[in-house]
Design a protein around this ligand. Structure first.
Ligand SMILES: [Zn+2]
Length: 319
């Protein structure tokens, strides 16, 4: 068993074994560069680009994107809090606390870091934490649902849902997308192979996550409204590709959140967190056989009527 530093409630730093801790308690990697808040639900959220630590001993990366996905660490923590409020239980939460200028945890080596041993250790810890979280969820529920949470700055303020297919692939026919090559490459492969819906129905049909978010007032793609994303569009990166492995019973996606009216203020993050939790509750109920609380439900989720999540008076505010 691995010895790690542990932050107990009250802020006292102790050391202990992750296995000895309960849900909602955090395990930290070396120098607190990485954090894993243990969960008891099938949902794992990882936030690789929301870190703010810039230790001088780790050199800045000299290539690749080095900008923070602003407020995505805070958004991930808000989603965790909202799910706890809704279910009384904790999700698994994995945070890279290092700034992206020091480490890009959503890239493979060597692009992820600048040849620094501390940064490489943090990179390994981040992915070990995700692996541990997924394994715990699979052991408990038979499946793990991983969301790698990001923020994009694209001109179109929509939520981009990345299932490891780029816009060109999503422009292919339903027949092709439902064929074995695309399904094999999909982060939803586990669900496609076990569920009743086709791959394209899960990606952009009426019961897709994009549809469930749009029904609650958040533009999203792929979705019935925008089945093929306009470019630029993020397809999902290293983390989803590495961990969403049907053979290991792990499925999920990359979520790229727009900034205006979603992650720019604490109020907007809280509003989106409630919407995402409700959408995931429906999505899990329809496609995984249990709700967001992990409990089997006879309830049939029905997408809500389209509505605006923000007051009309704010609808024309600048971005
Ligand atoms: Zn990102």
């Amino acid at each position: 068993m691995r010895l790690m530093c542990v932050m107990m409630i009250g802020g006292m730093v102790l050391c202990g074994h992750a296995e000895d801790l309960g849900p909602g308690k955090s395990v930290f990697g070396q120098h607190n560069f990485t954090e894993y808040s243990l969960g008891e639900l099938p949902l794992i959220i990882a936030a690789p680009h929301g870190g703010r630590l810039t230790p001088g001993e780790i050199p800045d990366r000299t290539s690749g994107v080095r900008d923070i996905d602003a407020n995505t660490q805070e958004l991930a923590r808000t989603i965790a809090a909202v799910v706890h409020e809704r279910t009384g239980k904790h999700i698994h939460l994995v945070i890279c606390r290092l700034h992206r200028s020091k480490l890009d945890a959503n890239r493979d080596l060597p692009e992820a870091l600048q040849g620094n041993a501390q940064a490489e250790k943090a990179w390994r810890e981040h992915h070990d934490f995700i692996g541990q979280a997924c394994a715990a969820a699979v052991k408990q529920f038979g499946v793990a649902f991983l969301i790698d949470l990001h923020g994009h700055g694209h001109a179109d303020p929509r939520v981009e849902l990345g299932y490891l297919h780029d816009a060109d692939a999503l422009a292919d026919s339903d027949e092709a997308l439902n064929g074995p090559a695309y399904v094999k490459a999909s982060s939803l492969r586990w669900m496609v192979e076990r569920g009743e819906l086709s791959h394209t129905e899960l990606l952009r049909g009426g019961q897709s996550l994009g549809s469930l978010l749009e029904a609650r007032g958040y533009p999203a793609t792929p979705s019935p409204r925008m089945p093929v994303p306009t470019e630029p569009y993020f397809r999902g990166g290293y983390t989803v590709s590495r961990h969403c492995d049907a053979a290991n019973h792990v499925t999920g996606l990359q979520i790229e959140a727009n900034r205006p009216r979603l992650r720019d203020t604490a109020e907007n993050r809280l509003r989106f967190a409630h919407v995402l939790a409700a959408a995931l509750d429906d999505f899990f109920t329809m496609h995984l056989g249990f709700g967001l609380d992990g409990q089997k439900s006879m309830r049939t989720a029905i997408p809500v009527t389209r509505q605006s999540p923000w007051p009309v008076s704010q609808s024309s505010t600048k971005r």
